[in-house]
Write a new protein. Structure first.
Length: 362
C-alpha cells in the first residue's frame, strides 16, 4: 500500500538504525529528544522504537495530546454546561471519560441522565442543532491547529444558515507557544524536537523557528517507523554538526508554508488568547477564543459559568508527564490504581495519551 509499505520496510529501518548508532557515537553527550504529538507517542510504543535506539538517545513525550492538556478547570466547566436544562452537549469520544474534580466525568453524567452525545465532526453538532431548534446544542471544541479550522468553518456555516442555537465551548490551543514554554522550562533539557506531522500540515515549518533559535534541533516527521527513525537521524545530524534548523522529513504531507487557507479560516473565527494547559499552566496567547463577530456562538458568554475550585487527582502525575519531566512508570498510580478501565488522569484516557501508550504496548 502506497505510503504505508515503503515506510515499514524492515531492511530500510535497519539501515537507518545503523546510521543512528554511528552518528550517536560521534555526539559529545547523550541526547534527549521530545516528540510533540500523541500519534508519534503511540507509534514509538507500538513499533518498539525506544527499545531499538542506542543508549545515547533518550526519548521523552511532551504535551502532544489535546485531550490530555485540557485543564481540569475546563473539564469542570464542561460538566457544568452539560448539566444545564435544555442543552444537548456534544464532544469527541475521548473527552467523555476524562475525570474532573472528584473523578466525575461526562460519561458518568450521561449515565445519570444528561443528554451528552459523541460526534465525529462539528458538522454533526450543526445537524443536531437544525433538528432540535428548541434546544441549545453545545459543542466542546478541543484540539490544536489540526482540528480548529474545521470547527471555525462549521461555526461560520452555522451563522450563514441562521442556526443560532449552536454554542461552542472552545478549549482549542495552539502548539508553538507551548513549545516556547518548554524551551524555557528550567527542569527540562531537550536537544531536539520531533514536531507534529498533522499540526504542521496547517501551520508549516516556519512556526517552529524558536527551536533552532534556542540552539535545538527540530524535524517534522510522519508516523510510520521509517518516518520516525529518519527524523531521529536528522535530529542527531543537526546536533552533531551544531547546525540547527526546522527540517521536514514528512514532505509528502507538509510544506514550509503549511495550509494558508485553513489558517485564514481559523483566524477569521478565532483569536489568540491566554490558554491554561494541564501541566504547563497558563501560556500567553496559546488559547483560541471566538472573535467578537461570533460571540453569539460562544458558550462562555451564553452561559454564566462560575469559577470552580478545581482539584487535580491526588498523586496523579499527568502534569509532569505532559511536561516531559516524568515517565508513566514514575507515577505511583500507573497500572495499579489508574488503568484504561479506571482512569484517574487524562493521559490514561486518551487514545493519544502517553500513559495509554505505555500501558498498551509496554
Amino acid at each position: 500500500m502506497r505510503h504505508i509499505d515503503e515506510y515499514r520496510d524492515a531492511a530500510l529501518a535497519k539501515r537507518i538504525l545503523e546510521a543512528i548508532s554511528m552518528v550517536a557515537a560521534k555526539c559529545k553527550y547523550p541526547l534527549t529528544i521530545m516528540e510533540i504529538c500523541g500519534s508519534h507517542t503511540h507509534a514509538l510504543s507500538r513499533f518498539g522504537i525506544r527499545e531499538l535506539l542506542p543508549e545515547e538517545i533518550r526519548l521523552i513525550s511532551g504535551p502532544g495530546c489535546p485531550v490530555c492538556v485540557t485543564s481540569i478547570k475546563d473539564v469542570d466547566a464542561s460538566l457544568f454546561l452539560a448539566r444545564q436544562p435544555g442543552v444537548i452537549f456534544t464532544t469527541f469520544g475521548d473527552m467523555l471519560r476524562v475525570p474532573g474534580t472528584g473523578r466525575v466525568s461526562l460519561q458518568k453524567l450521561r449515565a445519570s441522565g444528561a443528554d451528552i452525545r459523541v460526534v465525529s465532526s462539528p458538522l454533526d453538532a450543526i445537524a443536531l442543532a437544525g433538528k432540535h431548534i428548541d434546544r441549545v446544542v453545545l459543542f466542546m471544541g478541543i484540539g490544536f491547529e489540526t482540528t480548529t479550522p474545521a470547527v471555525a468553518a462549521a461555526i461560520a456555516s452555522a451563522r450563514k444558515q441562521g442556526i443560532m442555537n449552536l454554542s461552542v465551548f472552545s478549549a482549542h490551543k495552539s502548539v508553538p507557544p507551548a513549545i516556547d514554554a518548554l524551551l524555557q522550562d528550567p527542569l527540562l533539557q531537550v536537544d531536539g524536537f520531533l514536531c507534529p506531522g498533522h499540526v504542521s500540515t496547517i501551520i508549516g515549518a516556519y512556526a517552529y523557528k524558536a527551536i533552532p533559535e534556542a540552539g535545538r534541533a527540530a524535524v517534522i516527521t510522519g508516523f510510520e517507523p521509517v518516518d520516525i527513525l529518519a527524523g531521529i537521524l536528522m535530529i542527531l545530524e543537526q546536533c552533531h554538526e551544531e547546525r540547527y534548523e526546522v527540517a521536514i522529513q514528512y514532505r509528502r504531507g507538509v510544506n514550509p508554508e503549511g495550509n494558508r487557507k485553513a489558517r485564514q479560516i481559523m483566524m477569521d473565527v478565532f483569536e489568540e488568547t491566554d490558554g491554561y494547559w494541564r501541566g504547563l499552566g497558563n501560556i500567553p496567547m496559546s488559547g483560541l477564543a471566538l472573535r467578537e463577530a461570533y460571540h453569539d456562538f460562544d458558550a462562555r458568554r451564553r452561559f454564566d459559568i462560575p469559577p470552580f475550585d478545581s482539584v487535580e487527582p491526588q498523586d496523579c502525575a499527568c502534569g509532569d508527564i505532559l511536561r516531559g519531566i516524568r515517565s508513566p512508570e514514575g507515577c505511583p498510580l500507573f497500572g495499579t490504581v489508574c488503568t484504561p478501565l479506571n482512569p484517574v488522569g487524562p493521559c490514561m484516557v486518551s487514545s493519544e495519551g502517553t500513559c495509554s501508550a505505555y500501558f498498551k504496548y509496554h
